[in-house]
Ligand binder design. Structure first.
Ligand SMILES: [Fe+2]
Ligand SMILES: [Fe+2]
Length: 267
């Protein structure tokens, strides 16, 4: 059964920061590698409003269940970006707003071109919403796994607590996307074939095409290219490929191995 948008809206909230000791980052700062990955995560979270713009350019905007979910999803992701930005600022790095401003200024034409592909895709493919729901599901699954890996890598109690709270909300996002994707894929063999084709050809970790390739490679390599990371990536792939028609896909594992190679070449 798809998760009703109502059950998500009812619980939608700004991520709770109560009791998190942000001062601990002054006395126990994060490692440079962790901060680099956190910058990536903060930028991607803050970019959600731009992803929303693309989704709304498609026929997804006609479905009130989806738009209700998207309203809350965007709100929660915004506050994830702000919370991570707060941690970055404590390390004398740009916060969420400053970084988003730079990122969006640089992307002017790219953003318009991307938007056009969503418009056209939606016009020519009836099943475009099914593909978007699949995209949402794999991205939320990846986000959850990435945060879990961040906890394991950083070994910082306050960051762990903050990230756990963010992960809880990512889990609800995943439930919605997964339920909607399953419902739509079950209805249409063509949607299954299209989604499989699009994911295999075009999926890359969320943030690709937004932040620089070197940062995508660093994130994939830092979080997923070692032994434990690959196990986590395979777990994501196994879960995702339980969706109708998507069996056997190894999207995150492939991206992790690619990221690991690219990062090694840059060293
Ligand atoms: Fe998030
Ligand atoms: Fe999310």
């Amino acid at each position: 059964m798809p998760v009703s948008s109502r059950s998500i809206i009812g619980r939608s909230a700004r991520v709770d920061l109560e009791g998190i000791d942000f001062n601990s980052f002054e006395t126990q700062p994060l490692a440079v590698e962790t901060l680099r990955c956190l910058r990536y995560m903060c930028d991607v979270e803050s970019h959600t409003i731009c992803y929303l713009r693309e989704i709304l350019a498609t026929s997804a905007h006609r479905d009130p269940d989806i738009t209700a979910f998207l309203a809350c999803w965007n709100y929660e992701e915004f506050w994830h970006g702000e919370a991570l930005g707060q941690v970055l600022e404590l390390h004398r790095l740009p916060g969420a707003k400053e970084s988003a401003q730079d990122l969006r200024r640089e992307r002017k034409w790219l953003d318009e071109l991307r938007l056009l592909t969503f418009n056209i895709g939606s016009l020519i493919a009836d099943d475009f919403v099914a593909i978007q729901m699949c995209w949402g599901a794999i991205n939320e699954l990846t986000a959850q796994a990435a945060y879990a890996r961040m906890i394991a890598k950083a070994q910082h109690p306050e960051l762990s607590e903050l990230v756990r709270r963010i992960m809880k909300q990512e889990g609800r996002h995943l439930d919605f996307y997964e339920g909607e994707a399953r419902k739509r894929l079950l209805k249409s063999r063509r949607a299954q074939r299209l989604a499989r084709f699009a994911l295999t050809k075009f999926w890359a970790p969320v943030g690709s095409g937004v932040v620089s390739n070197s940062e995508v490679a660093h994130m994939a390599s830092y979080l997923f290219a070692d032994e434990e990371g690959l196990v986590a990536a395979q777990r994501v792939d196994r879960k995702f490929s339980r969706l109708p028609g998507l069996d056997g896909l190894t999207l995150l594992e492939t991206a992790a191995r690619r990221g690991g190679k690219a990062a090694a070449l840059r060293q």
